[in-house]
Design a protein around this ligand. Structure first.
Ligand code: FES
Length: 576
């Protein structure tokens, strides 16, 4: 729907800068104090640049200069840019998990926008949780918003071989533990696997979520695939700055873009990319902020009819740099023609279908067409059964096919430390058919639902050549990982979900085709175990952790805080 262009007096920031009273005098005089002239801000849309740069986030190392490039675009279009730092959520460093803090960044985003004189916003993120967090907050605030994705880093390199973020660390870590590479080789891999700024360059959570942002219509067309170090990236940043100013005058807000049809498009693309399992949790949470009740079943329905077209690690062969040269996300979207709602509106004011007109594929092995898919059906499956009454997920494309229908005896670890202490014990009763179970790794149990779901293969089995096993937990898994890992089991074991009742030797059945996850223990015995079950001690007595523990929802509900879902809009602050 086209809106009449706003007048300057209708800008939200007019209440701060345009009023004729003492408070506005203070706002203007303090802006002038920073060296700006009246011409810089009077009657202009104020554009917040929410920048998740930090010295501790290597994926966003270029955001200091990118923010300047965004500002250039805002100035060019007649806006007034104000950069505002927001928590960086640096995946490689933050413990126990950045997921513990996703909702904190979402709240920070919303409250920065609410409490300051902001008319429109440029969201700068990319490292895993930053994308959903920034979008969740901006959706709740519903001011004109555009997303600038950090872009993937360059391909890793070791002895002329391409290395993928995370994916090849898991691979070579297993080889080091198996004794097939030495410490020297391991250190060389360490030096070569991340060699430029930008987010992980496999189809992990970062690339999946920035592709989701583009598909939802929140970035300029083509933005998500541009490598961070490519000169097209700063050009995209500047253009995003220019565009958001017009979005303010046009009053184009997330609520018009984030429709159920747009979320269906995003889910379809996650499947076609064989994207990260984390996308399921984030999309449910993002949709919740837009007032859309997204069920796990929708992911499964669309998976059954969506082919995997991206041949990118960890499910495929190539890396994001190859994906970009092959045509990028626009090419993949064009190849999905017929599976997408092309009428969905996007931040440039055009429909998704218009944005992908003319997109071409330049390497048909990297971005497949529908006649030659990597896999005929999507990359994620939702499981149910007495072990996961509220659902669990698996990425079948990243697992050894023989394990997708499997029955084995459980080897149970009560928490991560228990597992770390015992997994390589030569006396551990485990074989290649065992099912490894980790308890207390969910949203509350972890806490923060850490990415522990790719449980390690016991060393003695690695030596025998075993490289995949069925593994089950209520944790998440890094989008860079692979293996027959059943994740996000809900309700989680920390709350006494059925996963808490599993004991060593119990038979567990996984049947991906029938979407089934079953614990073969009779109900009477499960009832007996439930009566004996003791809830674990709380992790936090105070502070953010205690707030988190009180309000976090389960994986199938998106792990948002229960009080953050869409509802009556929060009023703007009064000016006094
Ligand atoms: Fe930042 Fe992977 S560590 S995206």
């Amino acid at each position: 729907m086209a809106h009449p262009r706003k007048r300057p007096e209708e800008l939200r920031s007019h209440r701060w800068f345009g009023a004729k009273d003492l408070r506005a005098f203070g706002h203007r005089s303090r802006t002038l104090q920073m060296g700006y002239s009246r011409e810089d801000f009077a009657g202009k849309p104020v554009i917040a640049i929410l920048n998740t740069w930090s010295d501790i986030n290597p994926c966003h190392a270029h955001f200091r200069t990118r923010a300047e490039e965004v500002k250039r675009g805002v100035w060019q279009a007649g806006g007034f840019p104000l950069e505002m730092p927001a928590i960086a959520l640096a995946e490689p460093f933050q413990k126990p998990s950045t997921m513990l803090y996703r909702n904190l960044l979402a709240m920070e985003t919303e409250e920065l926008l609410r409490s300051y004189p902001v008319d429109g916003v440029v969201l700068m993120g990319g490292c895993d949780k930053t994308t959903p967090a920034l979008i969740m907050g901006a959706t709740s605030m519903n001011l004109p918003a555009i997303y600038v994705p950090a872009g993937p880093m360059l391909r890793g390199n070791w002895h002329g071989e391409h290395l993928g973020s995370g994916t090849d660390s898991w691979k070579y870590w297993a080889e080091l533990r198996a004794g097939t590479i030495d410490e020297q080789a391991w250190q060389e891999v360490e030096s070569g696997i991340a060699r430029s700024f930008g987010h992980c360059m496999v189809m992990g959570t970062a690339s999946t979520m920035t592709s989701v942002a583009e598909t939802l219509g929140l970035t300029l067309p083509g933005a998500a695939s541009i490598p961070a170090a490519d000169a097209n990236h700063p050009r995209m940043a500047t253009e995003s700055g220019r565009r958001v100013v017009d979005m303010v005058w046009e009053d184009l807000r997330p609520a018009e873009i984030l429709t159920p049809a747009a979320f269906d498009n995003a889910i379809t693309v996650v499947h076609a990319l064989s994207g990260s399992t984390n996308a399921i949790i984030h999309l449910v949470a993002m949709a919740g902020r837009a007032g859309i009740d997204l069920k796990l079943e929708r992911f499964d329905e669309l998976a059954r009819t969506t082919p995997v077209l991206a041949n990118v690690q960890p499910a495929g062969k190539y890396l994001m740099e190859d994906f970009y040269y092959a045509g990028g996300l626009r090419a993949l979207l064009a190849n999905l023609n017929g599976k997408l709602n092309l009428g969905c509106r996007t931040v440039n004011g055009m429909a998704l279908g218009q944005n992908i007109e003319g997109a071409r594929t330049y390497n048909e092995d990297v971005i497949r067409n529908r006649g030659n898919p990597v896999s005929a059906i999507g990359g994620l499956a939702v499981l149910r059964g007495n072990l996961a009454p509220d659902g669990a997920v698996i990425k079948p494309t990243a697992a050894e096919p023989r394990l997708l229908k499997h029955i084995g005896a459980a080897v149970v670890f009560r928490d991560y430390n228990h597992m770390a202490a015992r997994i390589d014990d030569e006396n551990l009763k485990v074989d290649a058919d065992s099912v490894i179970v980790l308890q207390n790794a969910g949203p509350l149990g972890g806490p923060g639902m850490p990415e522990w779901g790719q449980l390690p293969i016991p060393k003695k089995l690695l030596r025998e050549g075993v490289r995949d096993m069925v593994r089950i937990s209520d944790a998440r898994m890094s989008g860079t990982s692979y293996g027959a890992c059943v994740l996000h089991v809900a309700p989680e074991s920390y709350l006494g979900g059925p996963l808490a009742l599993v004991k060593d030797g119990d038979r567990i059945e996984l049947d991906v085709e029938r979407r089934r996850l079953q614990l073969h223990v009779d109900d009477a015995e499960l009832m007996r175990r439930r009566r004996l079950w003791q809830p674990p001690a709380p992790h936090y007595a105070r502070g953010y952790g205690a707030l988190y523990a009180k309000h976090i929802t389960q994986a199938n509900q998106g792990c948002d805080f229960d009080f953050m879902h869409a509802g009556a809009p929060t009023p703007d602050p009064e000016i006094h």
